[in-house]
Every structure is written in C-alpha cells, then in structure tokens.
Write a new protein. Structure first.
Length: 374
C-alpha cells in the first residue's frame, strides 16, 4: 500500500461506510418512492440517515438535499442564487481562491452579463472582511466564500462575512463551500450565518458520488432537477440510498477527537519537514489536515512523480487542476521559483508519524540527488 498523504483530494472509505453501503445495496435495496413495504422501508432509512447527517452538521433534516457531489452543490447554489436575485441585481462577490466548482459557474454567469468582484487573499491566504464590505453594493445578489481553502488549509471569515452582509442591509445570499471544513473544524450553518452550504462525502471517508446541500429553512430556490419530485421537489431522481447510508455511517464513525489527532500528525510533519534542505512552508494551514510547502527550484510535477515512484502520494494542488498551475498559490503572489515547487500535503484519521518521516526522508533524498547531479 502506498503512503497516502492527499486526503484533501479524497479519502479511503472507512469500513463502517463500506458495510452500510453494502447492506443498502443487498438488503434494503428498495426504491424509496415505491409504495410497497420494501420501498417504504428504504424511505424510512433515508429519513433516518438524513437525521444523522443533520445532527452532525447542526441543522434541521429538512434543510438538507442530497446531491451527487460538491461540484453539483456549488454549481446549483450559484445558479439558483442568481435566479433568486434576478430582480434585485447582477453583481456577485466571490474570492480568487475558490474551488473551480465555484469559479467556473461564476465565470459562466459573467459571460451572461453578470458583474463579478473577486476578493484577493493576503500573503497568508486569508480574505479580508474589510475588502468584502468595500465590495458590497445595492445590486449584490450573492457572496460565495469557502470555509477552508482546499490547497492552503486556511480558514476564511465566513461568519464575519455574514455579519457584514446583514449589517449593510444587502439582500445578497451567502453561499459557503464547506467541503474541506465538515467535521474538521467546528461550525454549524446557523453559527456561520449562511443561506447555502455545500458538503461532499468523499472528503470524510464516505464513497465518491454523494454530496449534500444545506438550504436555510424558508429560502425558496429553483429546483435543480425536475421529474418525480424526490428531495421535496428540489432534486428529482431516485435517491442514491447506498451512498446516503455510507455518508451517515462515515459521520457516525468520525469520533470527536479525530480532528485533534489529525492536527497532531500535521504539526509533527511540519516539524519533520523543516529538515529538508531549502524547503519553505507556504501555509501551515488553519484547518487540522492541510498544509502547503515548497521546494523552490524543483518543479512540483517532478516532485509528485518522484515521490510516487517512492510509494508516497501527495499533490501539487487540487486534483481538479490536472497538472495545471494552481490559481490559489498564484493568488498569494509567491516568487516564481517558489510557486513552481509547491506541494500540498494533507492528512486523515489513519495518517501516522511514520508516514510523515517517510515523506521527509524521501524529499531529503530527492534534494541530495539533485545536488549530486550538479
């Protein structure tokens, strides 16, 4: 098995989630919309699973809509918010370091005539609330700000953004991509003050193919999909019962001290990595599981390949970049040599100090090999 240190990209499915999915596929496989007993049993289970997830998130079960992934949730939130505010204005505020699942639909709306303000981070990767206050306008209809940046691990001031929006009297909806924050940092949608919030199961040891959209009670949005009326008519289509079961199980399996254990490993890793000649810490990460480092002069993709050859999995940024330069790291204004050598290292519940040591030793060997070749 490789040493896996890319948990921000995806996580291994935990045994509890895998077992729950298997049972849902083989024993409780009924269609929740069917009127006979097997279908109604499946519908009851979906209600129970929704309640489990809602309890973990700290919201009402009826405020959750099941989706296929975080990208679907981000896209829906942005397009639905634009539709919701179409009579008020056509101005959107987001940040320059959002996930592509936010930036691309915003870009598409800009092509349709919407005006977009991109808030830039400071050199540490944090967005300023004062910049948001300055950007708010009477025609602002949406602010989209992620909770935890997926490449830097920085926490963004979502709750303060909500307060600023309300204090200004703006009618703008606030959307939060909380994919990297759920179960890693403490929050509830009410505490954040958001109207819309997006989650993804495969970041917390559930399978790929399941996401969740929080929609504040009382907020009426245009449905994402039309059809049989599932998910209170907001997203028609037969419910993915196995994935929902797995997500609920993964939530229950996530222990209260898991985030603290992950943080301990990350901090140990950052201390160990300080032994690598020339290594710079780009972001230690506010969240417990993500940090970014750089080896200036060593191309990131070369480092990723060399580490992979040694059985170690890390990334040069979001998996969605597919090898392209990261807009997140570029937004920090890093020197070019540093920017080209950035690595994201991210940890999970099963990460160990031994794995952190192995990464450190591998990077030391890579730098020593380069020095020997000169």
């Amino acid at each position: 098995m490789p040493i896996y240190l890319d948990h921000a990209a995806t996580t291994p499915v935990c045994p509890q989630a895998a077992q729950a999915a298997y049972q849902a596929m083989t024993e409780g496989f009924g269609n929740p919309s069917a009127r006979y007993a097997l279908g109604q049993e499946a519908a009851a289970r979906v209600r129970d699973w929704r309640a489990v997830i809602a309890e973990k998130l700290g919201c009402l079960p009826e405020e959750l809509t099941f989706l296929s992934c975080g990208t679907e949730g981000d896209n829906w939130a942005i397009r639905a918010a634009a539709e919701h505010g179409r009579r008020t204005g056509r101005h959107i505020i987001t940040t320059a370091i959002e996930h592509a699942a936010v930036l691309e639909p915003v870009k598409a709306l800009a092509a349709q005539g919407y005006e977009v303000t991109y808030l830039k981070p400071d050199k540490t990767g944090h967005i300023s609330v004062d910049d948001l206050k300055a950007a708010l306008r009477p025609d602002t209809i949406l602010v989209s700000m992620m909770l935890v940046n997926n490449e830097l691990g920085t926490l963004q001031p979502v709750a303060q953004a909500a307060q600023a929006i309300r204090a200004s009297g703006s009618p703008a909806l606030l959307h939060c991509d909380a994919v990297q924050g759920f179960l890693k940092v403490p929050f509830t949608p009410r505490e954040l003050g958001v109207d819309l919030l997006t989650l993804s199961g495969h970041k917390i040891r559930a399978p790929k193919g399941i996401g969740v959209q929080y929609i504040r009670k009382g907020l009426r949005l245009k449905p994402l999909l039309l059809g049989g009326g599932q998910e209170e008519g907001l997203r028609s289509g037969t419910e993915p019962t196995a994935q929902i079961a797995a997500l609920a199980a993964a939530c229950e399996a996530w222990e209260e001290n898991t985030a603290a254990r992950i943080r301990e490993i990350k901090e140990y890793a950052l201390t160990a990595l300080a032994r690598v000649p020339g290594l710079e810490v780009v972001s230690p990460g506010d969240a417990p599981h993500i940090c970014a480092v750089a080896l200036p002069g060593y191309p990131s993709e070369m480092l990723v390949r060399d580490l992979s050859d040694r059985g170690i999995c890390v990334s040069s940024g979001s998996a969605c970049h597919k090898g392209k330069p990261s807009h997140v790291f570029a937004a920090l204004g890093l020197p070019k040599r540093t920017l080209m050598g950035v690595l994201r290292v991210s940890f999970g519940p099963d990460s160990t100090k031994t794995e952190a040591d192995a990464l450190t030793e591998a990077l030391i060997q890579i730098t020593q090999s380069r020095i020997a070749m000169r």
